[in-house]
Design a protein around this ligand. Structure first.
Ligand code: E4P
Length: 219
């Protein structure tokens, strides 16, 4: 499963990219607004850090304007992926932009039927929002399971990009279900490594090593 990092914070992206764990980046207007920086500067910088797909979201609502914005955004870098909302206009824009060879991420997906429409419109990625479904007491991960079944049934190439991830369990369940990508907030990605027995085991090994009085480099 690929890991995308779900942030527009370039310092976080640079730090996490150094671990080799970052296969791409997703942003949205809220994440860009949080940085307080110019949209184009932020996206250009992210594309220079990460080779994989970097989602930049359109803000227009009509298909024609989304297509115009998408064409402008894709000039930023070869790895830009145009993010469009799951509306009829968004699907029209998706079809046009993917026909032109541009990667498109269809976002704000909350149902399996919406995911089916996005795949039929040729989406490169579909972004089901699991956390926001959990927020309204609907099991977000059930949606991932349903989409996986439907896409496999019809051999759709659209990649399932699990979005609105809030905790490590979302990542584990997404991997078990065969999702193609998880887009993960930096704090959740960093927390994936944590296990108290790893910390305790390392502390014990180092304490015992200290007692030997030896040093690997000084020998
Ligand atoms: C990513 O593409 C989505 O915009 C993001 O994961 C939404 O996450 P949130 O529901 O935590 O805002």
């Amino acid at each position: 499963m690929k890991f995308f990092v779900d942030t527009a914070d370039t310092e976080d992206i640079r730090d996490l990219a150094a671990t080799g764990m970052v296969d791409g980046v997703t942003t949205n207007p809220s994440l860009v607004a949080k940085t307080g920086r110019n949209f184009f500067d932020v996206l250009k910088e992210i594309c220079a850090i990460v080779d994989g797909p970097v989602s930049a979201e359109v803000t227009a609502t009509s298909a024609d304007s989304m297509i115009t914005e998408g064409r402008k955004l894709r000039e930023l870098a070869q790895n830009i992926t145009i993010k469009v909302p799951l509306t009829w206009d968004g699907l029209k824009a998706c079809k046009t932009l993917t026909d032109e060879g541009t990667m498109v991420n269809v976002t704000l997906c909350f149902s399996a039927n919406q995911a089916l429409l996005a795949a039929k419109a040729g989406a490169t990625f579909i972004s089901p929002f699991v956390g926001r479904l959990d927020d309204i007491h609907i099991e977000g991960m059930d949606l991932i399971e349903d989409i996986r079944i439907i896409y496999d049934q019809y051999d759709f190439d659209t990649e399932i990009l699990v979005a609105s991830i809030r905790n490590p369990n979302h990542v584990k369940e997404a991997a078990k279900m065969g999702a193609d990508v998880s887009t993960i907030p930096p704090n959740v990605l960093r927390s994936l490594i944590k296990h108290p027995l790893t910390d305790k085991g390392l502390a014990d090994f180092l304490a015992d090593w200290e007692k030997t009085g030896q040093s690997i480099l000084d020998t």
